[in-house]
Ligand binder design. Structure first.
Ligand code: ASP
Length: 589
């Protein structure tokens, strides 16, 4: 090794020892005589001092080094004088008096500071990712990621799971996104699809008798990207045979509880994880990935107010629409402008407007007050529990719009009123999802989770006649308002599977061409089975306290799905295209 110790290692007990350190120069300061170098490696920083009297050669070299030079220092550890102790550093009590300094490599001036935690434009960080990754934040995040994955592997192994790799060059496995396709050179005109998840393969591993499988695996989905999405992302994919839903939820609850306690013991979690039905989650929080760190639950005022004389309220009579509200504590004195901002948020989510009632010391205020009777206001107070100082926000709309608008308002108040403890991780399970979503554009039913999900047994009989009413054996793990994992008990009966394909609009031939291998496998004794797939990127993001998964991925892509460092995607040669039997007909500008 070119070093005897790391830059995070030396303590007063090493005083007097000759050591060799190697790393990068954080900075060099010339104090007119003594030169100080702060040397950095993965483990920390150490101060090196070069004196013109005791080591003139080392001093001469030290005067030439610059930030990010790679240097090796041989020297002796000594205590720092009391007034120079740096308590922020683990090595802050000592310094290394250089005897010899070698420059192992020079460096151009980096485009941003490495050792300072200053804000840097993200495009620049991604362009020079290898330099960005040198910075403390990214080092900490990637080390945390390693610890998370390491913990998971040990946990899965201790629970008798075996890790099995599955192919990337495969066939389309639908998870609701577009596939990344790979043209075949050997089979002109044919394509592999990069798996959106190993869904089919892990189910086939259950048919194959492995009973407990897991894999830390990359998934590929070509979809419009947001902050917490990437074209390729990593899942802990797992599947078990001979299980029921609660077996899987219990296992995941144990995994995440122990993970947090081991890897980030300073974070608080709520135990046990609440389990809510999808209907309950929408009803109480307006979202199927509720942030459970705070209350502010939605109140359904429909039965109490639908017969009001107020035109806005009675407009939903007989339509199935909802009158729902929430109480924002201490917001009664919001200004007109602040109320307008809230109204805009509600409108952005499809609501026509927002009814607000401010409970001030001099009475109830708000444009709707004059249309409401005293007893209606008393009803609102009683149902919502509002008291003086509070602002009640009410949305009147179809059930889905009311939920979306109020959920957005709930999260807005969360942030404005700082209602959550940032150290808290509030996990929960959402259960009993609908089996099918209606696709208004294509005028057909989609699988709400994926087409291999088991419908709930008591709904099976009515499935063909009323798909909308069918619930499924699907479940999600949520945390702090993010969906962390999805999973389900699977169909293992080929008959149910083909019925589901029919409702999804696949013809016999199409189902056969795409999923014939699954149905055939199921005809050879498929065990009951189920699984789930927590997202590793999002998990690490939450544990790290970041709000973007790019901060916990070494080489992420932009929201335009590009790699700014290597410049991918990029054109290929005519010859490569010809080998793949491809021709570009329309080059987008
Ligand atoms: N393959 C599913 C997904 O990626 C997870 C599962 O059902 O196990 O969401």
């Amino acid at each position: 090794m070119l070093k005897t110790h790391t830059c995070g290692e030396l303590r007063p007990e090493h005083v007097g020892q000759e050591v060799t350190l190697a790393g990068w120069v954080n900075r060099q300061r010339d104090h007119g005589g003594l030169i100080f170098i702060v040397l950095r490696d993965r483990w920390g920083v150490t101060q090196v001092v070069a004196s013109p009297d005791s080591a003139p050669e080392a001093h001469a070299i030290a005067s030439e080094v610059r930030g990010e030079f790679v240097v090796q220092v041989r020297g002796v550890v000594r205590l720092r004088p009391d007034d120079q102790v740096n308590v922020d550093w683990a090595t802050g009590h000592i310094e290394v008096e250089a005897r010899e300094i070698r420059v192992l490599n020079t460096s151009r001036t980096p485009p941003f500071y490495i050792y300072e935690e200053s804000a840097v434009d993200e495009a620049l960080r991604l362009r020079y990712r290898y330099l960005d990754l040198r910075r403390g934040r990214m080092q900490r995040n990637l080390i945390l990621r390693h610890e998370v994955v390491q913990f998971i592997r040990n946990f899965m192994d201790a629970h008798d799971f075996i890790e099995i790799e599955t192919p990337f060059l495969f066939k389309s496995t639908p998870e609701g996104a577009r596939d990344y396709l790979v043209p075949s050179r050997v089979h002109p005109g044919k394509f592999y699809a990069l798996p959106q998840s190993p869904q089919q393969l892990k189910q086939l591993l259950m048919v194959a008798g492995f009973e407990r499988y897991y894999q830390v695996v990359r998934c590929f989905r070509d979809e419009d990207l947001r902050g917490d999405r990437q074209p390729e992302f990593t899942q802990l994919d797992l599947e078990l045979a001979f299980v029921e839903r609660d077996d899987i939820l219990d296992l995941i609850e144990e995994l995440f509880t122990q993970l947090v306690r081991t890897v980030t013991p300073h974070r608080r979690i709520l135990s046990p994880f609440p389990r809510l039905s999808y209907a309950e989650a929408l009803d109480r929080y307006g979202s199927d990935k509720p942030d459970l760190r705070f209350g502010m639950e939605l109140v359904d005022l429909t039965p109490r107010l639908v017969e009001s004389g107020f035109r806005v309220f009675n407009s939903v009579a007989g339509s199935g629409g909802k009158i729902k509200g929430l109480v924002a504590p201490g917001c009664a004195d919001y200004t007109r402008r602040e109320i307008d901002e809230l109204t805009e948020i509600a409108k952005k989510h499809g609501a026509q407007g927002l009814v607000t009632l401010a409970f001030r010391s001099d009475g109830v205020k708000g444009p709707a007050v004059k249309f409401l009777s005293e007893s209606e206001i008393a009803t609102i107070v009683e149902a919502t529990g509002a008291s003086e100082g509070d602002l009640v926000c009410i949305v009147v709309a179809g059930a889905a719009v009311a939920a979306a608008a109020l959920s957005a308002l709930r999260l807005t108040f969360r942030d404005r009123l700082e209602l959550v403890d940032p150290s808290l991780l509030a996990f929960g399970f959402v259960l009993d999802f609908p089996m099918y979503d209606w696709d208004e554009d294509e005028k057909r039913w989609n699988a709400a989770h994926h087409p291999f999900t088991m419908p709930r047994p008591y709904d099976y009989a009515s499935m063909a006649s009323d798909p909308q009413a069918v619930l499924s054996e699907a479940y999600d793990l949520v945390c702090n308002g993010y969906e962390l994992a999805s999973g389900s008990i699977r169909i293992h009966d080929p008959q149910i599977q083909s019925d589901v394909f029919r409702i999804l609009g696949y013809s016999e031939e199409e189902a056969q061409a795409r999923f014939g291998h699954m149905m055939e496998a199921f005809s050879y004794g498929a065990p009951p089975h189920g699984g789930i797939a927590p997202g590793i990127d999002r998990t690490v993001m939450l544990l790290a306290g970041e709000d973007n998964i790019r901060e916990v991925i070494a080489f992420p892509k932009t929201t335009q799905a590009s790699d700014l460092m290597a410049d991918a995607p990029s054109p290929v040669t005519e010859r490569q295209l010809a080998e793949l039997h491809l021709r570009i007909v329309d080059k987008a500008s």
